[in-house]
Ligand binder design. Structure first.
Ligand SMILES: C[S@@+](CC[C@H](N)C(=O)[O-])C[C@H]1O[C@@H](n2cnc3c(N)ncnc32)[C@H](O)[C@@H]1O
Length: 319
């Protein structure tokens, strides 16, 4: 039995800054503009402790983001202080508009390096993010040319879901082969736009049918669609159809969730950051604090927003 298999699985979200240069309509995190911020910010060495302590004790999978990850002026130091073998359980998400001043050799070690796009046209990108797609695609293409395997992170919603096949085809034509999709969640700022963007059950089925009839899977390395618990029954209905074309269906419900905010607040749900704080990060106490919280079952988490089921298409290695 390998060491990871004996460790408790923990999904960890680490927010490195509250700041963002964009003002996306749907932002669940309620990121702040550059001007409004003062107060405690976890240091790079504190973040290193968080990553190493949790990885050493748990089967920890990290999502590290913000705000905008690359707005931390010192973020390059994180790649210097965290040893490379920790990075393969870390996913970083960026909006692709801020200089990625990190050596590609570090980015290649990550589990995933995600860049967020809202669709394949300027119009779709602008609708949610207030910017055109082209500068973001330039970042993606630049990284791609430096052999960084970029995953496109797409939020599916009422206005973009029907373009899914052409969206994927366009990105494939540009050389991208990895896609991680989530359903829009009506939370944070997104709550005000719930009528504009929320998908209903029928639209989720339409997405499933678009994926089932998609014909270019041989060009896709990875395609994931992560859904919240209310979609479990409909995924179950479609499971055998997805399995027949090569998908796996992963049950994620009940995986422990730990969220650490930029200011050291320790909470549970990554979608409700700041609303369920149970402690504060102190380097010397962190390991024992977390094991106490785990023992008490505080990270056992079910909510309406977290991914509870995922369908995954993964090209067999070597293809
Ligand atoms: C909070 S952002 C932070 C990272 C980075 N600044 C960016 O824009 O990608 C992380 C991801 O969450 C997605 N997101 C934000 N609000 C969402 C919502 N209400 N429902 C689903 N996804 C959302 C964004 O599109 C982005 O892909």
């Amino acid at each position: 039995m390998n060491e990871m298999a004996n460790k408790k699985r923990l999904n960890v979200h680490l927010y490195v800054t509250p700041l963002c240069n964009l003002a996306c309509k749907h932002c669940y995190y309620n990121a702040k503009s550059r001007e409004i911020f003062s107060g405690r910010l976890l240091t790079i060495l504190e973040m290193k402790e968080i990553v190493t302590i949790l990885s050493d004790s748990y089967a920890a999978a990290f999502d590290v983001e913000g705000g905008e990850f690359f707005l931390r002026p010192d973020i390059d130091e994180l790649f210097e202080v965290v040893p490379s073998h920790y990075w393969n359980n870390i996913t970083i998400t960026t909006n692709g508009t801020v200089n990625v001043g990190i050596d590609p050799k570090h980015l290649r070690c990550l589990d995933e390096f995600r860049i967020s796009v809202e669709g394949h046209t300027d119009e779709l990108q602008h609708d949610i993010r207030g910017i055109n797609l082209s500068p973001v695609l330039e970042t993606c293409l630049h990284l791609h040319s430096n052999r960084v395997p970029v995953t496109l992170r797409i939020t599916l919603h009422k206005k973009n879901y029907k373009y899914l096949p052409e969206m994927i085809e366009k990105f494939i034509a540009l050389g991208f082969t990895k896609f991680s999709m989530y359903e829009f969640q009506p939370v944070g700022q997104g709550y005000s736009y719930r009528n504009e963007y929320s998908l209903n059950q029928l639209e989720i089925e339409k997405i499933f049918n678009l994926l089932l009839s998609f014909t270019n899977y041989e060009k896709i390395e990875l395609l994931k669609l992560s859904l919240s618990r209310k979609r479990i029954p409909i995924v179950t209905t479609y499971r055998s159809k997805f399995v027949r074309i090569g998908y796996n269906v992963a049950d994620l419900s009940g995986i422990s969730s730990l969220t650490i905010n930029y200011n050291g607040e320790i909470g549970i749900c990554p979608w409700n950051v700041g609303d369920d704080v149970i402690g504060l990060f102190y380097k010397d106490d962190f390991k024992t604090d977390i094991s106490k919280y785990v023992e008490r079952g505080l990270f056992n988490h079910f909510c309406d927003y977290c991914s509870a089921i995922r369908i995954i298409y993964q090209q067999p290695k070597g293809n």
